[in-house]
Design a protein around this ligand. Sequence first.
Ligand code: GLU
Length: 512
Amino acid sequence: MSETRSVRTRFAPSPTGHLHVGGARTAIFNWLYARHHGGVFIIRVEDTDQARSTRESERMVLDDLRWLGLYWDEGPDTGGPHAPYRQSERSELYASVARQLLDSGHAYRCFCSEDTLEAKRRDAEAEGRPPHYDLTCHRLTSGEVAERLAASVPAAIRFHVPKGPGSVFDGDVTIDDLIRGEVTWKAESLGDFIILRSDGMPTYNFCVVVDDHDMDISHVIRAEEHLTNTHRQVLLYRALGWEIPKFAHVSLILGQDRSKLSKRHGATSVAAWADDGYLPDAMLNYLTLLGWSPADGVEIFDRDTAVAAFELDRVNSAPAVFDPQKLAWTNGQYLHKLESGELWSLCKSRFEAAGWLREDSRETRAWFESALALTQKAAHALADFVPALAPLFEFDVEKELADPEVAEVLGSEGLEGFVAQIVEDLRANGAPCDADAYKAFTERMKGASGRKGKPLFMPIRVATTGRAHGPELVALIPLLETGARTPGLAPIVPPLARAEALLAALRAPGAS
Ligand code: GLU
């Protein structure tokens, strides 16, 4: 690479589904590298597989990249000096470069049908030869080629890999991969390969080279699975006399069982994590650590810090393991730092969907902000707030009694009398609406029952909430009481009504 070549990277998704964490990590590394070097980050859509590519998938992938905050300088929607950025719209360029290779003798027309090729492959296999193309069409005279073309025999264009000194394949092919170091392919490992199919569609290795050159890509940072394609690409560069970009092949991402990450390992699409309420900054932070780490070993960093620190020489060539627990922990670190207003706006739609928020007002918002503050530290994702707040909105005495821990507390010695005292106090004084009132309430209950510690607080918790576990009572009881009085929320059963219902159940004939 010439010393002066400015950094231009690209992420080249094939739009055949959602953006997966592996693709997102590749995009992040490209983005970080470009930003670190003040370069340009490009999105190129590789949609030549017409059967599998969809515009809908392209839209989803771009949305997911935007959600991660990976804004690009050139791309299918933004345009740029090398437009169009969709391979399906660049056929003329591929055809003209293929013609150039035909003219220079580096490529030739191949009239062999799929069936013929298949038979040749089978024969080679049976004879223990490598399945390379047997050069039948390379040997055709120009007259024979013209004849077939005149007869409209479908023709693919095949790149010729001449072996021997002076050819573009002068001995072995070696690249100096920025992550994997030197990688060499033996001269004999490659046969002539198709660059343009007979239907005019270019093959991956061909259009990637044409585009990376045309878009002046300086660094090709991509998944390790493409390493095996790189020697074909290097030969094309050589044949065309083009400058070869630097390559950096990023290792695989494995599941925790160390097999390739797949659906079996749970959610692998970025959108699924977003739906669960993972935050873009946390996701970016976690995915950046899949194969890279800053020199100081810090695990939580913002994107500016990552941009400032990112270099490819700290990218690990060993596979990275995707660990959902670590991701949850990372997300928790970001979630716990959110201010109440931010958290509220991120969660609001979830509460509307749960039917809990019926009217968006100052009061409902204030109430939810207190409820969120109470559960924030235990949450790892926004989705966690729904089960965490459900006990506030849901109270069903039969269901609560069916919980063995609740039943155990209520079944303990003298409990009916104590619950009766609780009910009596709540009736007389009203349920506590704040911390002071709560303190006074527990003092009175202590005095009336002679209980303290767990035997005091567990029955209070179960009687006033219906559950054996939950956030601290000093905030929870006031939240239930004020929630029950806040218009615009789904109905909340207040502490007194909960205690009355449980007491009635305890007194019902047959109750133990
Ligand atoms: N379109 C390829 C993919 O989605 C990427 C190819 C490349 O980066 O060279 O895997």
